[in-house]
Design a protein around this ligand. Structure first.
Ligand code: CMC
Length: 380
């Protein structure tokens, strides 16, 4: 048993956690016991952060103080903005720019010398507050616009949309984006959270953990899938192809359909249900049903083909991109937005794990040669 090999750590329990639970058989997600539906519809992202970091939902007074503390940390040093400009000028990809800028933020953290563990939540709050500022600045500069300074009077979601566009968002946009942030905030030991935990388990600082988490999230098997889904929808649209034909061609070529399948969910991801409903509302009020029509057609086709029954069902990324598109957010910012939300979960897991820390250090089964005879360089 001790030597049983679990590829991809599938099904392996490595920690106890009070933070979130994913029931992949019935399609249920809870944060500290609260159903994701209730949180997505009833709680702000700030409330969810408080819940994850401090263990319970805040009272109104606790929320006011928490939100004000978070908002007070939004500004980033000019040097970071200059680096963001340089990265945008060099054509850097948004996730890579976010990774570099997040790492740089530690240079301006007043707790830079503090002990990891003790400082995790304090520094985590600063990182969470500053990531939207970095991302919005990157996008503005890329568009040839000047960054917009954060507004401490706006919510986390509202302020990001404001910094991105220079205009205060309407209520529907702010609520929609806030819901998306809540839906992505935590999800058990997914690859990026585990990455952050592995780094945190060495008692490295939380900037290192978050920077590693961003790297892990950027891959197409994880957070990068939301961008891939939207690229498919755009490709379908540009070629006037039937979306179902795109899926047939992809499957004939042995390609995976982005936004489908999950390591834990064997049924449709509950977050996909919530986002689909949101997309339906947005499409009905705008009259633009194009993305809804395409995604529905793809889901119906794959359901008919028996894929969904086999457990390869829509995941959160299948509908999130269409919702972001309705907010005017560029496609390659979708994964960074995922990071902007998931940073809350990364920090919560690192802080929780460090309370009873044990270095994470698995083993590999050695399959290399034995007794290799060393030959000096000049004799090889
Ligand atoms: N389209 C077609 N077939 C699929 C898909 C898909 N999207 N996903 C899995 N399969 C098939 C796969 O080919 C394999 O079939 P077979 O056993 O015949 O070779 C079987 O399902 C099992 O796949 P797996 O790769 O062993 O399963 P996994 O648990 O390692 O993969 C996954 C999970 C998310 C990497 C995979 O489903 C996938 O690549 N999906 C597409 C990318 C995607 O949407 N990622 C977002 C995940 S959810 C958000 C997040 O975590 O960031």
């Amino acid at each position: 048993m001790a030597d049983e090999l679990k590829r991809g750590l599938e099904g392996v329990l490595v920690a106890e956690s009070d933070l979130s639970y994913v029931d992949g058989e019935v399609g249920k997600l809870v944060y500290r016991g609260y159903d994701i539906e209730d949180l997505a519809r009833g709680a702000s992202y700030e409330e969810v952060l408080y819940l994850l970091w401090h263990g319970s939902l805040p009272t109104a007074a606790e929320l006011d103080a928490f939100a004000a503390d978070l908002a007070a940390e939004r500004e980033v040093d000019d040097d970071v903005i200059e680096t963001v400009r340089a990265l945008a000028g060099a054509g850097e990809r948004p996730m890579a720019a976010l990774r570099t800028a997040t790492s740089m933020l530690s240079a301006y953290d007043p707790d830079d010398e503090a002990d990891a563990g003790e400082a995790t939540l304090r520094q985590g709050r600063r990182i969470t507050a500053k990531i939207p500022t970095v991302l919005a600045a990157f996008e503005r500069v890329r568009q040839g616009e000047e960054p917009v300074a954060p507004d401490p009077d706006l919510s986390h979601a509202g302020n990001f949309l404001y910094m991105l566009t220079g205009t205060e968002p309407d209520d529907v946009s702010e609520e929609t984006f806030d819901m998306a942030l809540t839906l992505h905030a935590d999800h058990g030991l997914n690859a990026s959270t585990f990455t952050a935990m592995v780094i945190g388990s060495t008692m490295a600082d939380v900037y290192s953990g978050v920077t590693g988490g961003i790297g892990a999230l950027s891959g197409p098997l994880h957070g990068g899938a939301n961008q891939d889904v939207m690229e498919v929808l755009h490709e379908v649209d540009a070629s006037s192809k039937d979306p179902v034909q795109w899926v047939k061609d992809a499957r004939d070529d042995g390609r995976r359909v982005p936004g489908f399948g999950h390591r834990v969910y064997k049924v449709k991801d509950p977050r996909a249900n919530i986002l689909e409903e949101k997309l339906r509302d947005l499409a009905e009020s705008s009259g633009d049903t194009k993305w809804l029509d395409y995604t529905t057609a793809i889901e119906e086709y794959l359901t008919e083909q028996g894929l969904v029954e086999e457990g390869i069902a829509p995941n959160v990324d299948f509908y999130s991109g269409s919702v972001y598109d309705s907010l005017g957010i560029p496609v390659d910012m979708y994964t960074p937005i995922f990071a902007m939300s998931r940073v809350g979960g990364w920090i919560a897991h690192v802080a929780e794990y460090q309370e009873d820390n044990r270095l994470i250090r698995p083993r590999a089964r050695y399959t290399g040669p034995e007794d290799s005879e060393f030959v000096p360089l000049d004799e090889r």
